[in-house]
Ligand binder design. Structure first.
Ligand code: HEC
Length: 243
């Protein structure tokens, strides 16, 4: 089994290295910007605003909105379009999220109450991780502001599957792409092998870079910020290693 995985990795690496010339029109590879890691300065997009990013602050635009949109506002749930109980709460806008939090008081916020008591998400959906609950609590305790930040530079020098890529996918994608029956077309994006298959088919990059002919991801949401896209591009160009 291990050997198979290594062989698959090797083949994937070779395909990326030689640029798969015969199929270039079918399998889009990340743009050939000559990016081999290092510091990649990209224009901010997707919620960058005002202040420059600080590691101690949790930002609504960069962390809270993508996480709640992906985990709670998928089709049929808290997206402002659904009727019934779910429709009472819209969790893909600041105003909707602000309704269920008490700034400065995570413990007294309905949002934290329902996710930490496992009331939400309902059975069949993957729950939020302890880290994700802690992140949301920190944002609330910092005042639940409608804040965003702009990274001075995008550091793509140490991109790994286990830290960088999984954390991007957890923030933006696994709300729909995890669990026993992922609402995202049945595609689980928590296991390395599953993600690699989507990389090799060209769909991962096609979907997140909103190429025509692909399903734009995250579904119904803002595209990933430029820095996240750069990190994924660098990782794919390196052969999508399991590092
Ligand atoms: C709100 C739910 C939702 C979110 C968030 C979401 N997806 Fe999807 N995803 C879907 C659905 C639904 C499908 C099935 C699409 C179809 O078959 O039309 C899908 C399909 C896919 C596929 C399979 C290939 C394809 O195009 O059918 C990939 C790869 C994918 N998504 C990647 C991502 C990535 C990467 C993210 C995060 C950046 C993401 N998705 C976020 C709902 C979502």
């Amino acid at each position: 089994m291990k050997n198979l995985i290594y062989a698959a990795l090797l083949v994937a690496g070779i395909i990326v290295l030689i640029g798969f010339p015969a199929c270039r029109h079918e399998i889009p590879l990340p743009g050939s910007g000559g990016n081999t890691g290092g510091t990649d300065t990209v224009p901010g997009s997707g919620g960058g605003s005002g202040e420059s990013c600080s590691a101690d602050t949790v930002y609504f635009a960069q962390s809270v909105l993508p996480l709640l949109s992906s985990s709670c506002a998928q089709s049929g749930c808290h997206n402002g379009l659904t009727g019934g109980d779910a429709g009472e709460y819209t969790l893909n806008t600041y105003a909707g999220i602000r309704n269920i939090v008490r700034p400065g008081n995570a413990g007294g916020s309905k949002l934290i109450e329902v996710i930490s008591s496992s009331t939400m998400p309902p059975r069949g959906y993957a729950g939020l991780t302890a880290d994700q609950v802690a992140l949301l609590s920190k944002w609330i305790n910092q005042g639940a502001r409608n804040n965003g930040c702009t990274a001075a530079a995008c550091d793509t020098s140490a991109v790994t599957w286990s830290v960088t890529i999984t954390s991007i996918l957890h923030t933006w994608c696994t709300g729909c792409h995890s669990g026993s029956a992922p609402s995202g077309g049945g595609v689980d994006l928590t296991a390395y092998g599953n993600v690699l298959a989507q990389v090799n088919s060209g769909k991962l990059w096609g979907d997140i870079s909103h190429l025509s002919g692909y399903n734009a991801m995250p579904l119904g949401g803002q595209p990933l910020p430029a820095c996240e896209l750069s990190k994924i591009r660098v990782w794919i160009k390196a052969g999508a290693p399991n590092n």
